[in-house]
Design a protein around this ligand. Structure first.
Ligand code: ATP
Length: 388
């Protein structure tokens, strides 16, 4: 995969988020002309400036007894992503970033231990995922050919508050935002907090279409982390698009939040919802904007692409080939955020970035990151995307 680099404009004096955004119309140009840098202080002060709640004891309950103490006393507990239990193999803990993985004991996982874990969690859905009632943890199963569970990936779910400061300034405008990034980078976690901020602080009517109960947690009463946002459960993952439309038709939302947009039907449902003026907050698989542009199923989210044949004179004037790629329509999501790391995000104004990438140019983007004081710093830079 090609590496994307960013070059920054020099930083001048700081601006407050409020000052910058009150005077702009996002549909015309989201980046104000003289912005170089803006800073917001993280509003919470527990782990690294964020308030993190992880219901860790409930997570430990589903694991073999001898692993519990081991994990409870682990100094890297805040970085723990998931515990892997595979039949006949050593149980493993996986940590964020460079921390890697670690075996938790030197005896293999037994069938009894897997059965114990299965009994301790809720029912597995069509996507082979289950949860622990009242928590945000996600348990995913691997089955044998005859349907028996032979492996479990137990992911720690956390309610984090303060993380949304990375994009808090974008939320009041009601423009749809698509998050992309590698698995585990924190997309679902931030969507949960966005749901809370939009419903409780900005008083929007928010509906979460929660396909595997990952955003609102397991059980029929959603987790407090989503604030006053309402949550619609989805009986089968293949019905996600239908529930999205049902949410709009029956519950009059101003905002729809949906994780893992992955099929053409879901992409179409997003377009139809956006055309009704409803704000969408979603995630899609892919690490970069280019991945979405090149993905035939998902490219509609960023406007879609088509091949256009130019006349001889036009091609000569533009100094390009006669067949070129153009964006087909307005993007469903005016903003696309590449979550490169938990605290390092690249924000695209989708329409302009797609056009420029299709023309072989490097668009201007906003890089949002936390500095050493854990403040959010926003800088503008040119994006060095790979060739489309
Ligand atoms: N800001 C944060 N602080 C602490 N832990 C976090 C933070 N963001 C995410 N996590 C933790 O990282 C793990 C992965 O987060 P999350 O499920 O949100 O990732 P994701 O990008 O949605 O992954 P996937 O694409 O696989 O669903 C979880 O255990 C979550 O609790």
């Amino acid at each position: 995969m090609s590496v994307t680099t960013l070059t920054f404009f020099p930083i001048s004096k700081p601006f407050s988020i409020f000052h910058i955004h009150t005077s702009i119309s996002l549909r015309i140009n989201p980046w104000p002309p003289i912005r170089r840098r803006m800073v917001s202080k993280a509003s919470h002060s527990a782990h690294l400036g964020l308030a993190v709640q992880d219901d860790f004891h409930a997570f430990l309950e589903i694991l073999p007894c001898d692993l519990r103490n081991n994990l409870l006393n682990e100094p890297k507990r805040a970085q723990l992503l998931e515990v892997i239990l595979d039949l006949g193999r050593l149980p493993e803990a996986r940590y964020l970033g460079d921390c890697g993985g670690k075996y938790l004991r030197d005896t293999q996982v037994s069938m009894e231990e897997l059965e114990y874990a299965q009994n301790a969690v809720g029912e597995f859905g069509g996507d082979n995922r289950a949860g622990i009632e009242g928590t945000l943890h996600r348990i995913s199963a691997i089955r044998s050919r005859n349907g028996v569970i032979v492996g479990l990936t137990c992911r720690v779910g956390r309610a984090v508050s303060g993380h949304v400061d990375m994009i808090r300034d974008l939320l009041p405008f009601g423009e749809s935002i698509l998050f992309v990034g590698r698995p585990g980078v924190g997309k679902t976690t931030v969507m949960r907090e966005i749901a809370r901020v939009l419903s409780d602080e900005l008083n929007r009517r928010v509906v979460i279409v929660d396909t595997s109960n990952e955003i609102g947690g397991d059980g029929d009463i959603p987790h407090a982390a989503i604030g006053g946002a309402r949550r619609m459960q989805v009986p089968e993952p293949s019905m996600q698009h239908r529930i999205m439309i049902e949410a709009v038709e029956n519950h009059m939302p101003e905002v729809i939040i949906v994780d893992e947009i992955g099929t053409e039907a879901e992409a179409l449902a997003c377009r139809s919802i956006a055309e009704r003026g409803i704000m969408l907050i979603g995630t899609a698989h892919g690490e970069r904007l280019e991945n979405i542009i090149k993905n035939p199923t998902l490219s509609d989210l960023v406007g879609g692409i088509e091949t256009v044949t130019l006349g001889d004179a036009e091609a000569r004037a533009r100094r390009c080939q006669k067949s070129i790629l153009e964006r087909k329509a307005l993007p469903t999501f005016p903003f696309l955020i590449e979550m490169r790391e938990r605290h390092y995000w690249v924000t695209h104004w989708t329409q302009r970035s797609v056009d420029m990438l299709l023309h072989g140019k490097r668009p201007l983007v906003e890089v949002r990151r936390r500095n050493d004081q854990f403040e959010v710093v926003i800088e503008r830079g040119t994006y060095d995307g790979s060739e489309i």
